[in-house]
Design a protein around this ligand. Structure first.
Ligand SMILES: O=C(CO)[C@@H](O)[C@H](O)[C@H](O)[C@H](O)COP(=O)(O)O
Ligand SMILES: [Zn+2]
Length: 208
């Protein structure tokens, strides 16, 4: 690829650099444009997600969060903000990422199937009245879909952050925010914004 060519000294020539700068700008513009679209369409859904989750916490139930790759990192990021703090000084809120225990994850994946890594943890820890939040930019990760299906069938509230595709996730979720982009990275960038707003609203509902 042109803009990945390097000179012998290992530095970029000015044409290469200009083309990379243009690429930076294009990525920012794309990210901003996708965020604007979600801002215009998802407000009501995000508020309903926050109301539902605030109700779950009020009832001393828990929120389980899961996803793969960058979405696994997001799951942990969001759980940390609920358990520790976000914007307010307040009591800890019981959110758990199902992406963190490597012994549990590898034993389920090794002995059974990777598709079961989140579902089996929900079977162990989930109860009716809890909430399950699945993150998938494709909406098609089998381990996320299976966990949401089990949650729906067992009386948990089910929430999803997805990409542009309407998938099985939608069939198993009470509420889903879709991000209209074919690019995984752009979708993840909006998911993180939604996650922060969601946490901010839950805090505001419960503690302001
Ligand atoms: O962070 C990234 C890409 O930005 C990747 O690690 C990405 O999360 C992984 O490919 C995931 O396995 C994608 O899963 P999903 O979002 O389609 O459910
Ligand atoms: Zn990423």
């Amino acid at each position: 690829m042109d803009d990945e060519r390097r000179t012998r000294s290992g530095t970029l020539d000015s044409g290469d650099r200009d083309s990379l700068v243009a690429r930076v700008e294009a990525a920012f513009r794309e990210s901003i444009s996708v965020k604007e679209k979600v801002m215009e369409t998802a407000g009501e859904t995000i508020v309903r997600m926050a109301e539902l989750t605030a109700e779950v916490f009020r009832g001393r139930k828990r929120l389980f969060i899961f996803g793969n790759g960058g979405s696994a990192a997001d799951s942990q990021h969001l759980a940390a903000e609920f358990v520790n703090r976000f914007r307010l000084e307040r009591a800890p809120l019981p959110a758990l990422a199902l992406t963190v225990d490597s012994s549990v994850l590898t034993s389920i994946a090794n002995d059974y199937h990777f598709d079961e890594v989140f579902e089996k943890q929900l079977k162990a820890f989930g109860h009716a009245g809890d909430a399950a939040l699945g993150l998938s930019t494709s909406g098609r990760s089998p381990n996320v879909v299976r966990a949401l299906k089990w949650a729906r069938e067992n009386g948990l509230h089910t929430l999803g952050l997805a990409g542009e595709a309407v998938t099985e996730m939608d069939a198993y979720c009470d509420l889903v925010v879709h991000v209209p982009s074919p690019e995984t990275a752009r979708v993840q960038e909006v998911h993180l914004t939604v996650e922060h707003i969601f946490c901010q609203l839950v805090e505001a509902i419960l503690f302001s």
